[in-house]
Structures are given as structure tokens and as C-alpha cells.
Design a protein around this ligand. Structure first.
Ligand SMILES: [Zn+2]
Length: 286
């Protein structure tokens, strides 16, 4: 944490299901049970892997970033990670270890810049600034809810028709189930945080989806924020080391914090959309 420290934001809240949710654990090996169970923790309780939530947030933000992007090929906001990544193996080929570590830390390389989304969420060459802890039930082992079993109809992937009327069942977590959400964001610039909150706002407004079978209406969720803990700059770090905790924000302070970062993002957008360009060296750079 202390190497290259610039800022840390711990965002805590609850992810609450608005409709039933299916996050599959893959085909069940159990002889008795559902064909398609939900993923469960060691206590047998459903949970949401942090990577599932992060994947949903990333694809939502890629869509927002593409919609807002000034269309500059040299400095994309969201690359196409599969077909046209912002940092490709050829960009990295032949770079010295120093240059590679600069790339990993700062997201810049000889040929250009990593896109904003890769800088926030990581890529094969970039550490992610956003981490999401696995989401466990707020009630823990005292959970009174039950996993429900739903019937589905198997669809033939090639013909997209019902495959011989074959039915399968799958488990879902019922609506109004709450999971603890904890996002940690390290060393993000204000405008990057602003873009992140534009994505997260879709969740706080209750209009974003996670998990599988979303075309059936499953997996609509909303976020309710509870507490933000912030450690910003050297002063913040000193206070954190002295008190063992960062600055705590709740209620209206959270609303003001989010709106402030979103304004920073739009200010950068008006200045020509250079949200992803490093004008100054980051602490820890040589
Ligand atoms: Zn990228």
C-alpha cells in the first residue's frame, strides 16, 4: 500500500437483488439437486464472486465510455480488449524491465496510452486500480431466505429453437436479498473516479444487472451505500497511520463526494477528454 501511495478509497454498501438472481456454479456434480446451482460459500450459503460484479460493472462502463469518447484512436477511453487492445503484446515486446514496470504503474508506453477502462480495471499489462471483495450475505449464517428452484427450457444454441422441449432447472437467490459490497480503489484520479461513479450510479438507481439469465429478467440489482473511507495524499496517509483509519463519510457526505467526482469527470471531458493522460509523474516513479 505504501509504495507509490497517492490515494485509497474504500466504498462500502449493500447490493440488493430487485429480481431473483442466478450466479451459476457450473453444472452440478451432485446426484440429487438442481442442474444449475447457484455459487455457494463454504457454509453452503449463496454469494456473489467479486469478479462477477466487477465484470458487470466493467462492461457497463465500457459502454458509457464508448458513448462519451471523443473518438480519438490514439487515446481511446475504452479499447476492444479482444480484437484491438490498447496495449498489445507487440507494444510490450522488446521493452526493458524498467519500461514494463513504468507501463504497469502508469499505463503509458512508447506507442501511446492504455485506455481509461484498462487503467481502472486492469489488463494483462496493467494492475487493476479497482478491487471488489466477494459479496457475502449481510445476514451471514443467520440467513432465513431460501434458494428457489426455477424451471427453464433448454434452447439449442445453433438453431435458437427450443431443443426438443427439454426442460432444465436452475437455482435462484430470491429478490430483496442483500449482500455486503466492498470496492477498494487505489490511486485513481478524480476524473477516473467520476467515470467509475457514472457506472456505479446505474446500480444505485437500480437499473443494472449481474449474473446469468438476465434476458429472463433475472439479476436486476441496486446498490445502497453505507460508508466511504478515504485516505488521500501524504496528509491523509499520516492521519491513517496515526489513527489506524482513514476519514469516514456517510449519508449526505457520500452524495456530495460522488457528485464532486462526477463533476471532475465532466470538467475533463469539456477540456478535450484527456481523462487518461498522465501529465505529471506519479509518486514512486523514477
Ligand atoms: Zn484498454
Amino acid at each position: 500500500m505504501f509504495e507509490c501511495f497517492d490515494s485509497r478509497y474504500d466504498l462500502r454498501g449493500r447490493l440488493i437483488t430487485q429480481t431473483a438472481l442466478h450466479i451459476g456454479a457450473g453444472g452440478s456434480l451432485a446426484v440429487v439437486g438442481s442442474d444449475n446451482p447457484v455459487v455457494r460459500d463454504v457454509n453452503g450459503l449463496p454469494y456473489i464472486p467479486g469478479s462477477s460484479f466487477k465484470g458487470s460493472l466493467r462492461s457497463l462502463m465500457e459502454a458509457i465510455a464508448r458513448a462519451l469518447s471523443p473518438g480519438d484512436k490514439q487515446e481511446p477511453w475504452a479499447c476492444d480488449p479482444l480484437n484491438d487492445p490498447c496495449v498489445s503484446p507487440t507494444d510490450v515486446e522488446g521493452l526493458s524491465d524498467d519500461k514494463i514496470s513504468q507501463l504497469v504503474k502508469r499505463g503509458t508506453h512508447e506507442g501511446g496510452q492504455a485506455c481509461t477502462i484498462c487503467r481502472l480495471f486492469g489488463s494483462p499489462w496493467l494492475a487493476s486500480k479497482v478491487k471488489v471483495a466477494d459479496l457475502y450475505l449481510t445476514e451471514g449464517v443467520h440467513w432465513k431466505g431460501r434458494v428457489e428452484v426455477r424451471d427453464g427450457v433448454a434452447i439449442d444454441r445453433d438453431t435458437e429453437t427450443v431443443s426438443g422441449g427439454r426442460k432444465y432447472d436452475f437455482e435462484v437467490v430470491p429478490r430483496e436479498t442483500a449482500f455486503n459490497l466492498h470496492l477498494r480503489v487505489d490511486n485513481a484520479r478524480d476524473e477516473e473516479l467520476g467515470l467509475l461513479f457514472l457506472g456505479l450510479r446505474e446500480f444505485t438507481n437500480g437499473g443494472a444487472w449481474v449474473g446469468g439469465n438476465t434476458s429472463r429478467g433475472l439479476g436486476l440489482v441496486r446498490i445502497a451505500w453505507d460508508e466511504f473511507e478515504t485516505i488521500v495524499g501524504r496528509t491523509g496517509l499520516l492521519a491513517y497511520l496515526q489513527n489506524g483509519a482513514g476519514a469516514q463519510h456517510r449519508g449526505d457526505e457520500i452524495t456530495a463526494f460522488i457528485s464532486n467526482k462526477i463533476q471532475a469527470f465532466f470538467a475533463t471531458l469539456r477540456e478535450g477528454g484527456k481523462a487518461h493522460v498522465e501529465e505529471t509523474a506519479q509518486p514512486g516513479d523514477d
